[in-house]
Design a protein around this ligand. Structure first.
Ligand code: SF4
Length: 401
């Protein structure tokens, strides 16, 4: 029987992709410990990552943060069954409530060798009757057959987020953005039970913010139930990669949060205000995901009302109706149980001290109310973004074009 090995690690036998090989104990020992933690809480949901490795080589990939960028052939850390058990047994997982993300840290879920694991994982979760949000983020090919699988899921609220940037500098993004554009159209055309979000990112001044890029993106918004636009995570490790490879550096310094300069946002929102967007634009991923399903945002962003000034009135109404100040006794007990201290509950957010990001997200998703860290304040009008590009003088932005 003919066996062929593809660049992305897929072994095909008579056209049927085989399960990925599970890493040996010795191979696991060479990985950073964070990569072995297959369940990790991130802002958009509890993230399951039992497959790692990606050949797509995006220069800004978060795999730089895990020293994993060189691992180009996807490999499994465990079986899908074991991974799903870990996820639903995780101390922060709440059935029907906790949003879940599958393979959003160290691989692309639609790579040919990864896709069988993506679908198996979704089927296992769906088979348990869970109705949680599940986010699947890809920039790779999506076929009509893939869409049929997603439509066959009966309980989960699945959102396929298709990442498109329009970056044509192959040193930064070797994958042709046309692949994502094609996937978006296919996914949208076939969507019945799942929803499609255009994930327009990372938008970087001088690289992919030309009028032409904005026009192309506006055209693509027609093939999505909702659109998110966002900037670049320019963390120190990613900046180092840019420097080592002589890539044009978009900003002077790295940042803890995503960077999206005010002027870029203004131009995008102006285009949308001219009626050029075919679906509503959102600043936050969870807002777009929720809106695509006609549900209130699960991160309670409506407490930060300035984020909502671009939101359709019907969605603002939905979020406002669902949003209630949580009971102080319940919040204090939950904070203490997680090991922190409740400082106050404002009309925007619960403020806590001593809880790391993962614990704060656990609270935030449970409460549907923002949970902020006392030591990391959000500045007005730039919630969840780096300060870069939002000073009055704009001098922090170094445009490289
Ligand atoms: S109303 Fe505000 S919180 Fe709700 S989806 Fe819109 S932007 Fe997000």
């Amino acid at each position: 029987m003919a066996i062929s090995t593809h660049r992305c690690g897929e072994k095909k036998v008579a056209g049927v992709p085989k399960a990925l090989r599970i890493l040996s104990v010795e191979q696991r020992a060479e990985l950073r410990s964070e990569l072995l933690e297959v369940v990790e809480y991130r802002k958009s949901g509890l993230s399951l990552n039992h497959v790692i490795g990606c050949p797509l080589d995006c220069g800004y990939c978060v795999r730089h943060l895990f020293d994993n960028f060189e691992m180009r052939v996807p490999r499994a850390l465990m079986s899908d069954e074991a991974a799903v058990k870990l996820l639903v047994g995780h101390r922060f997982f709440e059935p029907h409530v906790t949003p879940v993300q599958v393979f959003n840290r160290a691989t692309d879920p639609m790579l040919p060798s990864v896709k069988p694991h993506t679908f198996a994982t979704l089927r296992l979760l769906d088979g348990r009757g869970l109705t949680n949000h599940v986010l699947v983020i890809t920039r790779w090919r999506v076929t009509a057959e893939d869409c049929a699988v997603l439509n066959s899921l009966r309980h989960l609220k699945v959102t396929l987020l298709v990442t498109w940037s329009g970056i044509d500098d192959e040193r930064i993004e070797p994958v042709d953005s046309g692949i994502a554009a094609g996937s978006l159209r296919t996914a949208f055309e076939h969507a019945r039970r799942y929803r499609v979000v255009l994930y327009w990112r990372p938008i970087v001044p001088g690289l992919n913010d030309s009028d032409h890029h904005i026009t192309t993106a506006m055209d693509l918004t027609r093939y999505a139930h909702a659109t998110v636009f966002t900037g670049l995570f320019y963390k120190a490790q990613i900046r180092d990669y840019y420097r080592e490879h002589g890539l044009p550096e978009p900003y002077v310094d790295g940042a803890r949060r995503k960077i999206l300069p005010r002027e870029v946002e203004r131009r995008i929102l102006t285009a949308a205000a001219q009626g050029r967007a075919g679906s509503a634009l959102f600043r936050k991923t969870s807002c777009a995901v929720a809106a695509a399903h006609a549900l209130p945002d699960y991160n309670g962003h409506v407490g930060i009302r300035e984020l909502c000034d671009i939101c359709p009135a019907s969605q603002l109404q939905r979020c406002s109706t669902a949003w209630t100040t949580p009971d102080p006794g319940h919040v204090a007990a939950m904070t203490a149980e997680l090991g922190g201290t409740l400082i106050e509950i404002t009309d925007q957010a619960v403020v806590v001290d001593g809880l790391d990001e993962q614990r704060r997200y656990r609270m935030q998703h449970h409460l549907g109310y923002q949970v902020h860290d006392l030591s990391k304040p959000h500045h007005p009008h730039r919630h969840g973004r780096a300060d870069t590009g939002w000073t009055d003088t704009h001098e922090e932005v170094k445009v490289t074009s």
